[in-house]
Design a protein around this ligand. Structure first.
Ligand SMILES: NC(=O)c1ccc[n+]([C@@H]2O[C@H](COP(=O)([O-])OP(=O)(O)OC[C@H]3O[C@@H](n4cnc5c(N)ncnc54)[C@H](OP(=O)(O)O)[C@@H]3O)[C@@H](O)[C@H]2O)c1
Length: 372
């Protein structure tokens, strides 16, 4: 018998809370009693069209990447955490090489890799800490992985000399707020685009300039803001951002690199249900129709466009550099802020489906969170 529960995703996108066996940690895993989870766009995307884009995912599945809670058991090889520690961490249960419901976030206790977890600083609520895991990891992957922008890590000492510039397009997204902080911590000059309502926050985080992403002349303005400086790369976040990134990298001096975190078409209007995949096909075709010409334009201009997979850092040195060597101290010392601020949508796994809907309808510089 078990007291554990999970939010199970069935075929067709139905979600139901039901019993779940208590997982047993592997050597380098910790078992965390979940206190809070956060919602990412990928959760409702997989709920809706997962059978197409996450075809490997067996059902019933457990979604969710962001977990904060208390360690209740540790694997035999775990060195960084003990029972009773409070942690935030990245759940990877839906990844192709894991595909394990025991490792999804939306359950009362879950397994995390000790390499993808960090202590919650004294006095920080789980609901505040849980905003970070996937968006921090995605930002770090896009900025620091060699196959992406390949920037210097924030753990690398002393950025001497003229600071290179990084453009963060879509900087008020959850990924963007993390990217700005990471790029600043790594010693880069940051030029950001966002809605003007979020400009003050981005300047506070260290961006040098924040330009209105909807301004018809925004690309010209970004290029002007880069004048006399060397571009280290563009991190493109948000629907349509890759095309803008390619234009900027084509015109600015420096590295011709764009790391693309978002698709060219958004799926937020496709509601979950058994007919979701056929309903999504026109959007898929439209996406190919937009993305192929962008990639061709990039190739002609000598701009390398790479696609970001937010958890890729778990297979490289970037994972420990961020999760072990940078985040714990930076968070505890207040050099890194847990952003965006949480928007608590409810309590209990039963509240997650409505929270998914809330995130799908759109938020601005807020992270939808559910406490358990
Ligand atoms: N590749 C990956 O592994 C990965 C992982 C995580 C997320 N993502 C993607 O990254 C994007 C952001 O995710 P998130 O969780 O950070 O989102 P989010 O916090 O829900 O994004 C909300 C923000 O998006 C901004 N926004 C809306 N439309 C935009 C557009 N067309 N261009 C730029 N910004 C736009 C708004 O900014 P303003 O306030 O400025 O209007 C709003 O503050 C999504 O496309 C998501 O699918 C990818």
């Amino acid at each position: 018998m078990t007291d554990d529960t999970a939010l199970w995703l069935d075929r067709g996108g139905d979600l139901r809370v039901g019993p779940a066996a208590t997982p047993v940690p592997e050597a380098h895993q910790i078992l965390v009693r979940t206190e809070a989870v956060a919602i990412n766009p990928v959760d409702w995307i997989v709920q809706t069209i997962g059978s197409l884009i996450y075809a490997w995912l067996s059902r019933p599945a457990v979604l969710g990447e962001d977990v904060a809670g208390e360690v209740v058991a540790v694997g035999s090889g775990v060195t960084r955490f003990r029972v009773g520690d409070r942690v935030l961490g990245l759940a990877v249960g839906t990844e192709k090489d894991r595909n394990r419901p025991e490792e999804g976030a939306f359950r009362s206790s879950t397994l995390l890799s000790e390499d993808l977890a960090a202590p919650i600083p004294e006095g920080m609520a789980a609901a505040d800490a849980v905003v970070l895991p996937l968006t921090l990891s995605t930002a770090a992957t896009g900025l620091f992985e060699q196959g992406q922008l390949g920037l210097r890590l924030p753990t690398t000492a002393d950025a001497a000399g003229e600071r290179e510039s990084v453009v963060i397009w879509g900087a008020a997204t959850a990924v963007g707020l993390n990217a700005v902080q990471l790029a600043v911590a790594a010693g880069y000059d940051v030029v950001a685009t966002a809605s003007p309502t979020n400009a003050a926050l981005l300047l506070e985080l260290g961006a040098r300039e924040v330009l209105d992403r909807r301004d018809a002349a925004v690309v010209d303005r970004v290029v002007a803001a880069l004048a006399g400086r060397r571009l280290a790369g563009v991190l493109a976040i948000g629907t349509g951002s890759t095309a803008r990134g390619v234009e900027i990298a084509t015109r600015a001096d420096g590295a011709k690199r764009v790391a693309s975190a978002s698709t060219a078409v958004s799926f937020e209007r496709i509601r979950p249900g058994r007919t979701a995949v056929p309903r999504a096909l026109p959007s898929m075709l439209r996406m190919a129709g937009v993305e192929v010409p962008v990639r061709m334009r990039a190739r002609r201009a000598g701009v390398r466009v790479s696609t970001v997979w937010g958890s890729a850092l778990r297979h490289s040195a970037v994972g420990p550099a961020i999760w072990r060597d940078f985040l714990p101290a930076a968070l505890a010392e207040g050099r890194y802020r847990a952003l965006p601020e949480p928007l608590v949508a409810g309590t209990g796994l039963e509240a997650v489906p409505d929270a998914l809907e809330l995130q799908r309808r759109g938020v601005s510089a807020r992270k939808v969170v559910v406490t358990l």
